[in-house]
Write a protein that binds this ligand. Structure first.
Ligand SMILES: *Cc1c(COP(=O)(O)O)cnc(C)c1O
Length: 380
């Protein structure tokens, strides 16, 4: 049924026996910088590449401060703590996300509330958030509470799905109105912008990921983004065991975390970042090829960046007609050497989260039944 699509994707990626979904690209200074780490013995959590990677990412994104973490999940955990989320608080988020978003919330002992996504972004819908708050929230002593559970609603965590920015400005306004902290899961959206501003900068803190399948990689890694420099400095303190600076004494003034990114990972990050704009231009060119191809294909819609947004097109996505078409597409592509994957199983369907509160999740379910990710690697 999907022969034409399979042939097109194979050709796009040079007719290999197997076309993977998303693999990293190393075309620059990665080896050189790694060699420098080894030659200087600075392989661990202190080193010039750590500082440089933070500065480079801050400059690239426009953040006032950037703080490296061991991975995106740790960055999210830290972000939620910095936002003041505590045990038994509620956190508003989307069910259509990768597990890391929800795991980070659970590490704190907070409760996920799953709200619907927008058809235009695949990310958390300001309309859904507003509707839920109007129905369930009350403000007491300057804080937001869920009238039904009595729990404090402390934070809202939208995720920029596949690199496509959510309607983040509207979400920020709603969070302001209801005294809720906005924490952006920007793990998939490095380089993606909403009205010219980099994702991850609209709330209290944003989190990036540099896992191997992301747009640029450090092997494993993450980054916290801040517009509040002081909070960023505190994040650096907490992620480095909260050690009080001193030439030889070991004194720590908080329960800190060993969430530092080693210098060897940061070295790879510095080299990758030198090519990020090229990678994104390449990914956007691939997306443009998909757009024109799928115009002529019945029953498959290619998902494009929302209005007013610049997407990094991290993972390309198509929307099939229904669940049955989705399953057939997955079967045929994977049987024929083209790697494709369905969108994640919805969080509210996993055993850990099946008792969490949800709204109708109408669009969420609609996407879950139809979306498939197709090959997206940089082609350069
Ligand atoms: C990749 C990703 C993360 C972070 O993952 P790590 O592998 O820990 O870096 C978090 N949230 C989303 C939505 C992601 O896609």
């Amino acid at each position: 049924m999907y022969e034409k699509t399979i042939a097109f994707i194979k050709e796009l990626y040079g007719n290999q026996d197997f076309t993977p979904l998303s693999v990293p690209k190393f075309v620059g200074n990665e080896k050189k910088y790694l060699e420098e780490c080894i030659d200087t013995t600075f392989v661990s959590s202190v080193g010039k590449f750590v500082d440089r990677f933070e500065d480079d990412i801050a400059r690239y994104t426009g953040a006032k401060k950037a703080v490296v973490c061991v991975n995106g999940t740790a960055a999210l955990h830290m972000a939620l703590m910095l936002a003041g989320v505590e045990r038994d608080d509620e956190v508003l988020t989307q069910a259509l996300t990768f597990i890391a978003t929800c795991n980070a919330i659970s590490y704190i002992g907070a409760h996920q509330v799953f709200l619907d996504v927008d058809k235009s972004t695949m990310g958390l819908s300001p309309d859904a958030v507003k509707a839920w708050l109007v129905k369930n929230a009350e403000i007491r002593d300057g804080q937001c509470f869920n009238k039904n559970t009595g729990r404090r609603v402390k934070a809202c965590v939208p995720m920029h799905t596949f690199g496509h920015p959510v309607r983040i400005e509207e979400l920020a306004n709603i969070c302001n109105e209801y005294r809720i902290e906005l924490v952006e899961d920007a793990a998939e959206s490095i380089g993606s912008k909403y009205k010219g501003k980099h994702t991850g900068l609209f709330g209290k803190v944003g989190a990036l990921s540099f896992n191997g399948n992301k747009t640029i990689t450090t092997g494993g890694g993450g980054m916290l983004l801040f517009m509040d420099e002081e909070l960023g400095a505190f994040a650096k303190h907490l992620t480095t065991q909260a050690k009080v600076p001193h030439r030889w004494e070991f004194r720590h003034d908080y329960v800190g975390y060993n969430y530092r990114m080693p210098n060897i990972n940061a070295a790879v990050g510095c080299a990758q970042l030198e090519h990020l704009d090229e990678f994104i231009a390449d990914k956007r060119a691939t997306a443009a090829e998909y757009v024109s191809f799928f115009k002529g294909i019945d029953g498959i819609e290619f998902f494009v960046e929302p209005e007013n947004c610049f997407s990094n097109y991290w993972l390309n996505a198509v929307v099939l007609r229904d669940k049955k078409a989705q399953q057939t597409f997955l079967q045929e592509t994977n049987d024929n050497g083209v790697m494709t994957r369905p969108i994640w199983e919805l969080m509210n369907r996993l055993p850990m989260f099946e008792k969490c509160e949800t709204d109708g999740l109408v669009n969420t379910q609609w996407f879950a039944d139809r979306v498939v990710n197709i090959p997206s690697s940089v082609r350069l």
